[in-house]
Design a protein around this ligand. Sequence first.
Ligand code: GTP
Ligand code: NA
Ligand code: MG
Length: 358
Amino acid sequence: LKRSEDNLRSPICCIMGHVDTGKTKLLDCIRGTNVQEGEAGEITQQIGATYFPAENIRERTRELKADAKLRVPGLLVIDTPGHESFTNLRSRGSGLCDIAVLVVDIMHGLERQTIESLNLLKMRNTEFIVALNKVDRLFGWKTCKNKPIVKAMKRQSNDVRNEFKMRVTQIITQFKEQGLNTELYYKNKEMGEIFNIVPTSAISGEGIPDLLLLLVKWTEKTLVEKLMFTNEIQCTVLEVKAIKGQGTTIDVVLANGVLHEGDQIVVCGTQGPIVTTIRALLTPHPMRDILFINMSKIFYANASLMPQGSYLHHKELKAAQGVKINAQGLDHAVAGTGLYVVGPDDDVEDIKEATMQD
Ligand code: GTP
Ligand code: NA
Ligand code: MG
């Protein structure tokens, strides 16, 4: 595979923000699923990765009439928990991403973990977009299901628009206090200098087309160099999980390169480096929602996949993807560390050493 502007990998987008601002609900809204209501205490406890094929994004953004050809194959979105006790998971998530969505509740403005997330993004110089969520909670909001935000705003009463303006102005001031210039994206004439705000509702979907399009366009515009596909594996272990009937598996984010069934890999373990062979490469089985059926068609068309149990098995997977790896001897693997593939010219001993430095 050639490294070129015509061969971009999918950007990785991390969703961050204070607890209960609607991060998981936003993902649910985009996927057409309901993960959020199944969570214990509605609190996200881990990082989950969801892959959105470009076809799906094109479909969701059609109404914005921006159907310029998307140059990335899709978007890998990583959800993170907002609860204060999960600082390490937020940090791990933000460390993986090319771009982030910082979710702010329009009724609450900036909160403690908003600021913590903001500092992580600043520290790593990560591009981000603010989703100003829960606009449907403005008093008197008229639902305009899945509409672009400017269209939805036009349908609102003067009272709703005034409350909206007042809250947006306050929140822009709060960002300024954190040293950041922000503006509603459709008024922003200095993209790059001024961070974009997209008003959204994760319940009724207003602003979701805008958020998706902006994410993809913005990454294509600013991150082409970073998104040029390379064969060099960049892969991080997110979770080490025991699965019934499969033993211990690892959930990884493949940020660059291609993984194959049968690849020899090395991961960091509490009792030394683990050298093993990929027995199965798995991604979650698409759900039965309409959206997912559409998405699964694309999955099958593109990758000759076979459904087996609740996961899809793959012969190979190209970045970026969230992947479950089944292999022997993973019991003591350490989350948050790198995964390495032993190539034909590589010395296993060198790679073992590199692994333990993570
Ligand atoms: P953590 O993972 O715990 O940090 O929370 P979160 O940011 O993922 O928030 P979550 O998606 O769990 O949503 C929190 C609550 O807000 C739930 O009761 C949602 O139904 C509600 N909620 C989320 N988005 C919206 C929205 O756009 N409008 C309204 N009215 N409620 C929302
Ligand atoms: Na929550
Ligand atoms: Mg959540």
